[in-house]
Design a protein around this ligand. Structure first.
Ligand code: AKG
Ligand code: FE2
Length: 337
């Protein structure tokens, strides 16, 4: 029997911890994770015609302009910035200490352990509770609410059945201006610490999730390079077409993984009990655990401020409908090399 995990010491330690916690479980028998199978999850529609989130159409012809209080920046300004690779933090521990303070203590270890548990269940997603401190997001949220400016985008075939999508504010878009050409740059500035933090968490998660498990496979020495290919904030409401993002996979082949960060309930523009969606849906659901969609399990999470969902390539998921209040989330699509 070859070593179960041969890549990082971190992961080996996490495995020991989980082994202790799981007691009698025979890991030798149950825990072989087949990377090939993992990578072969179909991105075809396994869920009753709900569809992929295809990113195809750049549509910004309506003549919409930046609100007048925005600095005069154009798409070209944005592209110049996006050409710079992500800062390359491989773990939260490498972040500047000022940014480490916005992250939950010991989250690195928690992610390593969480990945081991998920691998035992052959799953390729992980949700970490309060990975970002809710108090930090409470401080950031008024800026997000002030500058939130949903851009009109049209997706080919619709975003999980919604053709005209105008509930997301794009901070970074793909080259060529997809899915819109007017990213909200002021908000990108406000969110830069949060984005650095999530980049480091995502890189750490991705590295653990893709650590080599197969006999004889060489250990990867070079660092993972991640790039945020798209990044947006969505505000869901109980209005038709604004309640949910139904079952989909991110990026239709162009995206290697995603992070979804739950943001606070908007207590700034209305009374909390009115804005809250507590008891009215709004969590995340994943379909995972088997390469064959018909055999996948459905897993629900009641996500709240600061929780992060890490999602591997082509894992089916859904932002569940709300019937009351407003629900905010930040979403980042990554390319990994
Ligand atoms: O809103 C969320 O919590 C997740 C949304 C999502 O999966 C997406 O925008 O691709
Ligand atoms: Fe998604």
């Amino acid at each position: 029997m070859a070593a179960l995990i041969s890549d990082t010491g971190d992961l080996e330690k996490a495995l020991k911890d989980v082994k202790n916690e799981l007691g009698e479980m025979n890991l030798q028998q149950n825990a072989v994770v087949d990377e090939k199978k993992e990578g072969s999850v179909s991105s075809s529609d396994g869920g009753g015609g709900l569809g992929e989130r295809k990113i195809k159409v750049a549509n910004f012809e309506s003549g919409e302009i930046y609100p007048t209080n925005y600095p005069e920046k154009t798409y070209e300004d944005y592209v110049m910035r996006n050409d710079v690779e992500s800062k390359g933090y491989q773990t939260p521990a490498e972040l500047p200490s000022s940014i480490q303070t916005i992250i939950k203590d010991d989250v690195q270890k928690e992610i390593s352990k969480g990945v081991v548990r998920k691998k035992l269940a052959k799953m390729r997603h992980l949700v970490v509770k309060e990975a970002i401190k809710p108090s930090y997001l409470d401080d950031l949220m008024p800026k997000i609410i002030e500058k939130f400016w949903p851009q009109q985008v049209v997706y080919n075939g619709g975003v999980a059945n919604v053709k005209n999508w105008k509930i997301s504010c794009y901070l970074e878009v793909m080259e060529g201006g997809v899915p819109c050409t007017n990213p909200c740059l002021p908000l990108l500035d406000d969110c830069s610490e949060l984005l650095d933090a999530v980049d480091a968490l995502f890189t750490h998660w991705y590295k653990q999730q893709h650590a080599c498990n197969k006999p004889g496979q060489p250990k990867r020495e070079e660092p993972y390079k991640i790039k945020r290919v798209m990044n947006f904030i969505t505000r869901y409401t109980p209005n038709p077409n604004e309640q949910a993002l139904l079952k989909h996979v991110d990026g239709a082949g162009k995206v290697d993984g995603s992070a979804v960060i739950a943001l606070p309930v908007d207590r700034w523009t209305g009374p909390e009990d009115v804005m809250s969606f507590e008891g009215h849906g709004g969590g995340l659901t994943f379909w995972d655990g088997h390469p064959n969609p018909a055999k996948q399990q459905e897993i629900d999470y009641d996500t709240r401020s600061g929780d992060i969902g890490f999602i591997d390539k082509a894992v089916w998921h859904q932002a569940n409908p709300i019937t009351k209040g407003t629900r905010w989330a930040m979403v980042i699509f990554y390319e990994v090399v």
